[in-house]
Design a binder for this molecule. Sequence first.
Ligand code: ATP
Ligand code: MG
Length: 426
Amino acid sequence: MILPRGTHDILPEEAAKWHVIEKVFMDLCRTYQYGEIRTPIFEHTELFERGVGDTTDIVTKEMYTFEDKGGRSITLRPEGTASVVRAYVEHKLFGQVNQPVKLYYKGPMFRYERPQGGRQRQFNQMGLEAIGSFDPAIDTEVISLAMNFFQMLGLPNIELVINSLGDKESRQKHREALIAHFEPNIDEFCADCHTRLYKNPLRILDCKKDHDHPLIQTAPSILDFLNEESKSYFEQVKRYLEAIGISYRVDPTLVRGLDYYNHTCFEIMSVEEGFGGQMTLCGGGRYHGLVEEFGGPEAPGIGFGMGAERILIALEKAQIALPVDNMLDCYLITAQPEAELKAVELMAAFRKQRIVAEKDYMGRKLKAQLKDANRKNARFTVIIGETEINQRAYQLKDMEGGEQVEVAEEMLVHELLDRLKREERN
Ligand code: ATP
Ligand code: MG
């Protein structure tokens, strides 16, 4: 039996790295005052059709949609925003005192794509949404949390690219200009772009097939169509970013996948040498109208999603070792079969005090147990033999320094805790 294409197992050694990045993200969210939301992994298909947009690649090609036994159309979530906004409306979070509503999530997403490096069919995102505020400072907060995250992981060569898609009015004018720009030569573009031309011409700029077409580079820039309000909003976001020392590049061709995006949008890439160019780690932006689409009041939102697998790839390429916790505090070695009972008792006592403890369960001889302890990086070992049991005292061996001390049985837990604590302080 093998895995379905585009999925993977995460084994313990790898999972330890996931714990690190998830903890950094969750701690940051706490610092920035975002609370966790956990939404279902599947939703009604309609949620994504309406929430992600029916001209997007996600909805037109990538969704895992099936009929359940009750005849409902169900889709495995391809992204997080639609579910978060649905929950926001369903639980009337717009009515709570605490505004804006700041939520983060993490978990698997599903897209039917051609699997390749950094592109799976089941992948994991960490993301967040701030809903209910139209303040450029919140755009800056969201971007800065993501940038801080990469900095805390120690990822070098990170680039922030931003753009503004303006408001409805600005986009309407830009849309007309885009249609006029592409219409005469639309035959040179892919079939999807033909559909996009009148439905949502902005998306032509985001086409993966045609992104090298010269007309994309010469397309009218949204920045030339921003009205005064949109322009000053964007200026303010940039000013705040500069004020907190976050550098960025403005790219007027940057548009985000989802249909509801307006004003600020951004991507954060890893531009690590040797990765064959660059890789988008994080994408996000501001959206208006989504809350209303789902039956709530008018409430603007902004958020991002970042791909955990891609972050781990970027860390690996940059040769950054994450501080994974693989410490084994103490390995209990039994010198003869009669010592087993005592070993089980001591292990239980150790673990009650959260001393990370291990023993042999494979009937290994003394020497092989020592080897096992070394392989597992045991900080201390305790050897249990007949003499030790009779004298109720054990040799506690420091596996790093080699030092060995005799400790009375009733002092063993205390002594170990004390030595481990002393180490923590160093
Ligand atoms: P791309 O242009 O790479 O397809 P996207 O615009 O579809 O990305 P978003 O929907 O913005 O991506 O998702 C945010 C982030 O989630 C991406 O920047 C990426 O890190 C990650 N991501 C998206 N799709 C996948 C996938 N199939 N496998 C792994 N990570 C993904
Ligand atoms: Mg995609």
